[in-house]
Design a protein around this ligand. Structure first.
Ligand code: ATP
Ligand code: MG
Length: 242
């Protein structure tokens, strides 16, 4: 479904990504772990064409998206849901309008149909009675849920989630992590996520990868990561001292 080959990217004078290759199977959840600033968000942006690699390819369903025209890229993006790191809800729209926005932009559904679909996805993310609320009235966890609802409302085939637990307390992080896995498996999306939250990533992922200085240090199951002997990997996975 997703195949990245020898992708490299320099931003400014910094080589952020250096010869990255990996694959994600249909329906699989792959989580990229790594410390702040390692290039997780930059990598995710390449998967949806928001950034172009200096070299290498991003193949989605057999098509190299780095070679698509602008129009083809915009069409391709409809298959993607993107949960942004900062949430990125529109502050001036209530929850209903935020979630309805992609439907109004990209479909010809009438108001009744839009209302039905918005209720359906809000229900999927366990949100009740919030349609009329403005983003400023929501807790951090609720904002993430609304962001998730908006990301899946068009029926995404690929879901990209950037740090879904960042800024949340441990209980909310635990809850949103369980919810993301549950929703992803229910709708059958292929998902790539980034995080520096090891415990919750283990909860969500089918496979995980750890980024270090521009390359993938290890990729595999939770067990593969835990048995890896590379000092960076061992240090990164070490339970936090309390
Ligand atoms: N548009 C840009 N122009 C120049 N440098 C950039 C740009 N976007 C990101 N960077 C740099 O690339 C590096 C990786 O950034 P990125 O946002 O991918 O990190 P990250 O792993 O997502 O970190 P975090 O965990 O804090 O979200 C950083 O050094 C950042 O300053
Ligand atoms: Mg980031």
């Amino acid at each position: 479904m997703i195949k990245v080959e020898h992708l490299s990217k320099t931003l400014g004078d910094q080589k952020i990504l250096n010869d990255i290759s990996f694959e994600v199977a249909t329906g699989e959840i792959l989580v990229f772990l790594g410390p702040s600033g390692v290039g997780k968000t930059v990598l995710l942006k390449h998967l949806i064409g928001l950034l172009k690699p200096d070299c290498g390819s991003v193949i989605i369903n057999g098509k190299d998206i780095t070679k698509l025209s602008r129009v083809e890229q915009l069409k391709m993006r409809k298959d993607f849901g993107y949960l942004f790191q900062e949430g990125a809800l529109y502050d001036f729209m209530n929850v209903f309008d935020n979630v309805a926005f992609p439907l109004r932009e990209h479909t010809n559904l009438n108001y009744q149909q839009i209302r039905g679909r918005v209720r359906e996805v809000l229900d999927m993310v366990d949100l009740d009675d919030v349609e009329a609320k403005m983003p400023s009235e929501l807790s951090g966890g609720m904002k993430k849920r609304v962001g998730l609802a908006r990301a899946i409302v068009l029926g995404a085939k690929i879901l990209l989630c950037d740090e879904p637990t960042s800024g949340l307390d441990p209980i909310r992080s635990f809850d949103i992590s369980n919810l993301i896995r549950q929703v992803a498996k229910k709708i059958g999306v292929t998902m790539v996520m980034t995080s520096h939250d090891v415990d919750n990533s283990f909860r969500i992922a089918d496979r995980l990868a750890i980024l270090n200085e521009g390359h993938i240090e290890v990729i595999g199951s939770q067990q593969d990561l835990l048995s890896n002997q590379h000092p960076f990997v061992k240090e990164f996975l070490k339970p936090e001292a309390v």
